[in-house]
Design a protein around this ligand. Structure first.
Ligand SMILES: [Zn+2]
Ligand SMILES: [Zn+2]
Length: 221
């Protein structure tokens, strides 16, 4: 199924994980690009120049990178960023400018965010392409479900009425199931039913957050 197109193949594989396939593929791609970046930052001074221009990574990706370990790479990256910032602070002490350089300077966007946006677009396009194949569509009907941001993104990216209703049907089915589980959790929280054993609804609240905003880290695999 879709083996000729690696994007479609990866999406198809991700359906088995029971989570938003776009989020899953994105997490794998971002983890890979973070690992590559760590390697490049240590070995390539031009990459470090780019990083200085962006003022490092955004908060989310700074911590994702930190979680990957590599104290030496981090020491090199942050010594560089901190020294660059110190130079600007010292310049500011010497010259009495109207506005300090370290505040006024417009920073480039986080390089991982830029990378991620491109990858996300590739997977959203891939998903729309894949849905046109009957094998993928069949599997998606059984296992597919997108987080709300990716559902909105995919939906607005197509004008095809059939694709839109197919996506909506699958989404509605899953969301209704999730909502029922949340209500079951609420019901069992009542002291009158406290004796009943917990079922699949016990972690529905976590799945609800994930389905609403997407995952909070790269451990989506
Ligand atoms: Zn998603
Ligand atoms: Zn970022």
């Amino acid at each position: 199924m879709g083996k000729s197109d690696p994007i479609i193949y990866t999406l198809e594989q991700a359906l088995d994980k029971g989570k938003c396939p776009v989020c899953c593929c994105l997490a794998t791609a971002t983890t890979r690009s973070l690992a590559n970046l760590l390697y490049e930052f240590v070995n390539d001074p031009t990459t470090r120049d780019h990083l200085r221009a962006s003022g490092g990574f955004c908060r989310e990706h700074s911590w994702a990178l930190q979680q990957m370990g590599d104290p030496l790479a981090h020491s090199i990256i942050y010594a560089d960023l901190i020294d660059g910032f110190c130079v600007k602070l010292q310049e500011n002490m010497k010259e009495s400018r109207s506005g300090p350089a370290f505040l006024a300077e417009k920073e480039e966007p986080c390089p991982v965010c830029l990378d991620e946006a491109e990858t996300e677009k590739r997977y959203l396009d891939g998903l729309l392409k894949a849905i046109h194949t009957s094998a993928f569509q069949e599997k998606y009907r059984k296992l597919g479900f997108l987080c709300r941001p990716h559902f909105q993104a995919v939906y607005s990216q197509t004008r095809d009425g059939k694709v839109r209703s197919f996506l909506t049907e699958v989404q509605l089915e899953e969301l209704s199931r999730l909502s029922a589980e949340l209500k079951e959790f609420i019901r069992k929280s009542d002291y009158r039913y406290a004796g009943e054993l917990p079922g699949t609804e016990r972690d529905a609240w976590i799945r609800a957050v994930r389905s609403w905003v997407g995952p909070n880290d790269l451990k989506t695999n």
